[in-house]
Structure formats: C-alpha cells, structure tokens
Design a protein around this ligand. Structure first.
Ligand SMILES: CC(C)(COP(=O)(O)OP(=O)(O)OC[C@H]1O[C@@H](n2cnc3c(N)ncnc32)[C@H](O)[C@@H]1OP(=O)(O)O)[C@@H](O)C(=O)NCCC(=O)NCCS
Length: 250
C-alpha cells in the first residue's frame, strides 16, 4: 500500500523557536552541550546523567580505531587509494561491519536482557542461553576475538571505569558470568570482546538495544576519517594485493 510523505516525529523539527531536538533548542545545545550528551539526548529522548555521559563517551573512544588490519580500517584505505571520495570511503568503513566485526552489540544486548529476565539464578540462565544458541548453531554475540585470547583490554578498562564510577553492576555481572560459564561448563575460552562490553554498558546506561550496533559503527566511521585522509595524501594510488598472495585454484 502506498504511503504519503507526511511524517510525525518526536525526534526533531523546525518550530517558531528554531530547530528543536527532543524538546531542547538546538541553539541552546550548541552553547551548552557536548556531542556525546547530544547524541544520548537524540537517541534516548532525555539528557544523560553525568555517569551515563562518561560511559557513552568511553565506549565511543574505545571503538574509534583498532588499526588498519580489521576490515573497517583496511577497506576505506583501499577505496581511498583508488580515488574514491571521502564519503564513498567512509561508507565502506561502516559497510564492512557485520555480525563477526562490530555488529554483535545489539545481539549481545538482547542476550543479556534474556538472561536478566530469567530471574535470580544468573548462572543457570547463562547455561540455558548457551544451550539455546548451540541448538540453533549460532555463536554467542559479544564473545571471542581473533587476537585477544585471554582478555580484551578494552573490555577490562571499560568495566573498571564503570565500577570506579559506581554504575550498576547487574549487566556487567551477567556478561562476566556468561564468559565464566562458557569456559567452566562448555570448555570454551572466549573473551568478552568490545561488542560484549559495549552491550553490557549500553544496557547499564539505558540505551535501547536497537541502537547498539549503530553506536559502534558511529565510532568506527569517525575513526576512518584520519585513515582516509592519510591514504589520500600518501600518493600511493590503487593499492592491490601482490599476485603471489592470491592463489587461483579452479
Ligand atoms: C569474533 C570471532 C569471529 C573471532 O573468531 P576466531 O577467534 O577467529 O575464532 P573462530 O571463528 O576460528 O572460532 C574458533 C572456535 O570457537 C568457536 N567460537 C568462536 N566464537 C564463538 C562464540 N561467540 N560463540 C560460540 N562459539 C564461538 C567457533 O565456533 C570455533 O569452534 P570450533 O573450533 O569447535 O569449530 C568469533 O569469536 C565470533 O564469531 N564471535 C561472535 C560474534 C562477535 O562477538 N563479534 C564481534 C567481534 S569484536
């Protein structure tokens, strides 16, 4: 059925007072707010508490860059070296994210919520969740990393920061319990990765799971800007694999 182009939105709009974002005047926000608190306001509909702002900021910093090796760092540089403009190259950074790279945040938030809703026996709820994922032949989102095999340092620092600032530990405990249960009961040493840590902390600061992956993507696409500009200025055009690194095996 066709729909007309009349939108009703609670996010933002032009009024006689100027542009209003979530009931706040943009002209006031420009003078008073920082970007992270405005992002929180835009997504949740309310201004963040001090600790919510601190944690969202830390999550964005933790995910901004992880070197050139992962797809979100590598692909935009290759596109930039082919002469693609900055928008095209930035788009490829976000397009390279998926369930195995940066795109497990929303899934992990849903999993942690599921465990939380099962009641007080978190250990048992973790076991049940792992069985359910195994039955569906799915990986537990937010766990495992190609490089970090004992601990993901980003997750450790983020949890330390949250504890130091007295944030609620409920979802951090669920994430850590799931990591322990995977190892103790299922003999799988899979670290709580950045997506998993982000999931626990976004739930802690009352961000809806639907925004989880987007927060990681936003940070990583911001991080791609410097890589793209460096590549454009390097004079190394049309980067390509060496022929010996590609095997034709028909
Ligand atoms: C991130 C990831 C791709 C890294 O994988 P990797 O370290 O290269 O490990 P592999 O893909 O080679 O998997 C090794 C084994 O661990 C298992 N495994 C890895 N991550 C798993 C997970 N999250 N849940 C269940 N099993 C997992 C694999 O099934 C495989 O088992 P097998 O040896 O019995 O076949 C992987 O851990 C994963 O898919 N995690 C879930 C998604 C996620 O959190 N993504 C965000 C990453 S920051």
């Amino acid at each position: 059925m066709s729909q007309d182009l009349k939108f009703v939105t609670a996010v933002s709009g032009q009024t006689s007072k100027g542009l209003i974002l979530r009931k706040e005047k943009l002209s006031d926000l420009i003078k008073e707010a920082d970007f992270v608190s405005t992002l929180y306001l835009s997504i949740t509909g309310r201004k963040p508490k001090k600790t919510e702002n601190l944690i969202l900021n830390a999550l964005l910093v933790a995910s901004i860059d992880h070197g050139i090796s992962p797809a979100s760092g590598l692909v935009p540089r290759i596109v930039a070296s082919s002469g693609g403009d900055i928008y095209a190259a930035m788009a490829t950074s976000i397009l390279s994210l998926g369930p195995y790279h940066g795109g497990a945040v929303t899934g992990a938030m849903n999993a942690f919520n599921e465990i939380d809703q099962e009641g007080d026996d978190v250990e048992k709820a973790c076991e049940n969740l792992i069985y359910a994922y195994r039955l569906r032949n799915e990986r537990i989102p937010g766990f495992g990393h190609p490089i970090y095999k004992k601990i993901d340092p980003r997750a450790k620092i983020l949890f330390e920061l949250a504890r130091k600032n007295n944030l609620d530990i409920q979802f951090m405990n669920i994430a850590k319990q799931l990591e322990h249960t995977l190892e103790d009961k299922f003999s799988k040493k899979l670290v709580l990765n950045i997506d998993g840590a982000m999931a626990a902390l976004l739930l802690t600061i009352n961000v809806d799971p639907s925004a989880g992956n987007a927060i990681f993507g936003l940070a990583r696409v911001a991080g791609s800007i410097a890589h793209i500009i460096e590549e454009q200025q390097s004079g190394k055009w049309v980067r390509r694999l060496k022929d010996e690194d590609v095997e034709y095996a028909a």
